[in-house]
Write a protein that binds this ligand. Structure first.
Ligand SMILES: Cc1cc2nc3c(=O)[nH]c(=O)nc-3n(C[C@H](O)[C@H](O)[C@H](O)COP(=O)(O)OP(=O)(O)OC[C@H]3O[C@@H](n4cnc5c(N)ncnc54)[C@H](O)[C@@H]3O)c2cc1C
Ligand code: FES
Ligand code: FES
Length: 487
């Protein structure tokens, strides 16, 4: 066991011990480290003012990802490199290419947001591909500007991030990676400080033992939900068990006709595999939170959190996913539809955790679509999210699965609507009749996101939209909103 967090702050090795393991990186930076370039706007992962970059050793060198420091607990730094806006300038004072482009395009509009924008640009610069407008939007969607606008910043992004990175970080990537490997330790991390016990096991067996020994512990994955329990709800978390260092827990692989997504896989980890089989699911995934959130948030956390408006459960319901649950050495498999029992109540027993999600690969001729309806396009929670999977045979519905979020206290399948459609011709008439069934099947709530009447109407219309999309010719189908085009 080790009780010290070791990481690189820029080039410098730092150790942290005897500090609460639920203290955020932002608090530590602005407090102990006196690095105040990183700002606090919302303290809930929404505005991007606190964006920093986490570097990790990879086979090719380094991978640098933008994350929100305001909801990142300190142990996430262990074995990684933390870069803030203070680290970008060269020893001779020269600005980094992304900073230079911000100056040249008048993108530095206020001192509060600019450091966050610059760090998101730095991560985009190191992605190593010249971004089109959509990719630049996507990388910056987690940095909110309320004063001026995004055009100068997007112009800076497209000028600075033009391809292969050529800064001093790229030049020393192998050396940084070697230094990080030198810091790596196969031992679990266990910190007890300020009333919090934090354990980061390294193997699934250690994780299973820890969860069994502490059934009341908070399991922590990316912390994009749990972080807010601390920063916004000021909840005490006496015992925290982190899954992110568990070997193979983030693995995403295809085997035996299923896509197996380890419960520790982030959205960005899983995106390429999802894209290969369900491009529409991938498109919706890119609208979950922001790049910073998707770099940390996991699909496992989204499922286990059991929010009625989580975005992946409707897809997993429609895709007939199976959840692999583990308690000690015992594993059980549960259909996703049987996991959600009541408002934020799941089928997880005491001492049990989610190990993986298995999604059957699409059968030939199957159509899948998912629609997220929210007030903002990116960085917003759904009012309604509807997922549809259809298999036709000779124009008749051989099978259909419909999953909804935002329509009940749990993510839920529309089984009565499915039954009304199954075996019948896939016609507008039958779909219209099924829309009436759908109205009776759910009694959604009115809340700040939408009224019950709006949700019910949207859900009905999403079914109609799915029918239109599956029956219209490509020439009449307008699918991509203008802001999603690759121009
Ligand atoms: C700014 C912002 C925007 C967001 N936007 C969206 C959005 O658009 N759509 C959306 O659906 N969500 C959104 N979220 C919510 C959040 O990002 C997701 O729910 C995310 O997938 C949670 O994953 P995580 O790894 O961060 O989970 P954590 O916060 O670490 O954990 C979430 C819950 O799951 C439990 N848990 C985690 N892993 C396991 C496991 N292996 N076994 C058992 N229990 C486990 C935790 O104990 C906790 O109860 C947003 C959050 C923020 C802060
Ligand atoms: S302070 Fe707003 S995202 Fe962190
Ligand atoms: S850049 Fe800060 S509000 Fe616009």
């Amino acid at each position: 066991m080790r009780d010290t967090i070791r990481f690189l702050l820029g080039d410098e090795v730092r150790s942290i011990s005897s500090v609460s393991p639920t203290r955020t990186v932002l608090e530590w930076l602005r407090g102990e480290a006196r690095a105040r370039g990183t700002k606090e706007g919302c303290a809930e992962g929404d505005c991007g003012a606190c964006t920093v970059v986490l570097g990790e050793a990879s086979d090719e060198g380094m991978v640098w990802r933008a994350v929100n420091a305001c909801i990142l607990f300190l142990p996430a730094l262990d074995g990684r490199q933390l870069l803030t806006v203070e680290h970008l300038r060269g020893a001779d004072g020269a600005l980094h290419p992304v900073q230079q482009a911000m100056v040249a395009h008048h993108g530095s509009q206020c001192g509060f947001c600019t450091p966050g924008f610059v760090m998101s640009l730095f991560a985009l610069y190191h992605a190593g591909t010249a971004p089109n407008r959509r990719a630049a939007n996507e990388a910056l969607a987690g940095n909110l500007c309320r004063c001026t606008g995004y055009r100068p910043i997007l112009d800076a992004a497209r000028e600075a991030c033009a391809g292969v990175p050529a800064d001093r970080f790229a030049a020393s990537a192998l050396e940084i990676a070697a230094r990080l490997r030198g810091l790596a330790d196969p031992e679990p991390l266990e910190i007890v400080a300020e009333g919090v016990r934090f354990v980061a096991p390294r193997t699934v067996a250690q994780l299973a033992d820890a969860v069994l020994a502490h059934p009341d512990a908070t399991i922590l994955a990316g912390g994009t939900d749990v972080g807010l329990w601390v920063t916004k709800q000021h909840r005490a978390l006496p015992t925290v068990i982190a899954v992110e260092r568990v070997a193979d827990f983030a693995r995403v692989e295809e085997r035996g006709g299923v896509l197996r997504i380890g419960a520790g896989a982030t959205y960005e980890d899983a995106l390429a595999a999802i894209e290969r089989h369900w491009p529409d699911f991938a498109r919706m995934t890119r609208r979950i939170g922001s790049r910073q959130i998707r770099n940390r948030g996991t699909i496992g956390g989204n499922v286990a959190n059991a929010s009625p408006i989580g975005d992946t459960p409707p897809a997993l319901l429609a895709l007939d996913a199976t959840l692999v649950l583990r308690r000690g050495a015992a594993q059980r498999r549960l259909p996703a539809a049987e996991f959600f029992l009541g408002y934020r109540k799941t089928a997880l027993a005491a001492g049990e955790f989610l190990e993986a999600i298995e999604v059957p690969l699409p059968a030939a001729g199957e159509t899948f679509a998912i629609y997220k309806v929210s007030k903002r396009f990116e960085q917003d929670i759904s009012a309604v999210c509807g997922a549809f999977r259809l298999r036709l045979h000779d124009g008749n519905v051989a099978d259909i699965r419909i999953g909804f979020g935002g329509m009940a206290a749990i993510p839920k399948r529309a089984t009565a609507t499915e039954a009304a459609l199954r075996g019948r011709p896939w016609t507008r008439e039958n779909v219209t009749a099924a829309m009436a069934v759908l109205s009776d099947e759910f009694a959604p709530l009115t809340d700040m996101r939408a009224s019950a009447a709006y949700r019910a109407r949207v859900a009905r219309n999403l079914l109609l939209r799915f029918w239109l999309e599956t029956t219209s010719s490509a020439a009449t189908l307008v699918r991509l909103p203008e802001w999603e085009s690759a121009a």
